[in-house]
Write a protein that binds this ligand. Sequence first.
Ligand code: ADP
Ligand code: MG
Length: 266
Amino acid sequence: MTATATATATPETAPAALEVHDVHKWYGTHRVLDGIDLTVRPGEVTAILGPSGSGKSTLLRVINHLEKPEIGYVSVGGELIGVKRNGGRLKELSERTILTQRSRIGFVFQNFNLFPHLTVLDNVAAAPVATGRLNKPEARELARELLTRVGLGDRTGAYPRQLSGGQQQRVAIARALALRPGIILFDEPTSALDPELVGEVLSVIKDLATSGTTLVIVTHEIGFAREVADRVVFIDGGRIVEQGPPSQVLDKPRHERTRDFLSKVL
Ligand code: ADP
Ligand code: MG
């Protein structure tokens, strides 16, 4: 455990920030997730590693309801995602409830996905207004605060195309924070960036980790995972091969497949 995790540790009895239970997902006959179980405690930082095509993005998309698993379920903050219990059965939720649930989960994509026609300020202010949580002046004030937090307080009037990739990704992080999510998922947040811009984005994510935000980060940045993650999860072929503290999974991996993967990315 890092100092971060100790400072923000919560009792074992608190609901898990995230629970993935026996999730299976197929695309046609191709099995992409093959029985994923994962629990993330509040304040914990989890790094997910694995080769290309191993199912990492699909797992994040299932957690965020962008995909529906054929078997299994997900809960966030103790609340079932996409389904509810109806006796022993799981019943699907309405599209409206799904949208509400999704707004409690922040998602940061590899390619930023900012709205090109909106200023940086409005990119961040849009969701709290659209979901009716804040009025426009309140949302803009919050957006200013969050943009300052990610080091872009002086670029609020710019459009995404006027920013570097690293700046755009920092806007995307501020946008994810604007809905005050219980958990933020990152899908390879630095892999689309030029190498010299990676550090500024990792440093913002590290800040969130230190302040006790619950994070799940798919990344190939092994050094970053070692420094920031409480737990590293290695996925291959849609299964969790091994998981544990970085000192174990990264430095003394138990499985040949983990060793093989690490030897290629390190
Ligand atoms: P990773 O993020 O680990 O690289 P993905 O979750 O993106 O892996 O993909 C896992 C597998 O599922 C890959 O073989 C990919 O080709 C396949 N896949 C992903 N999305 C779809 C889709 N929408 N339709 C069909 N196959 C898909
Ligand atoms: Mg991926």
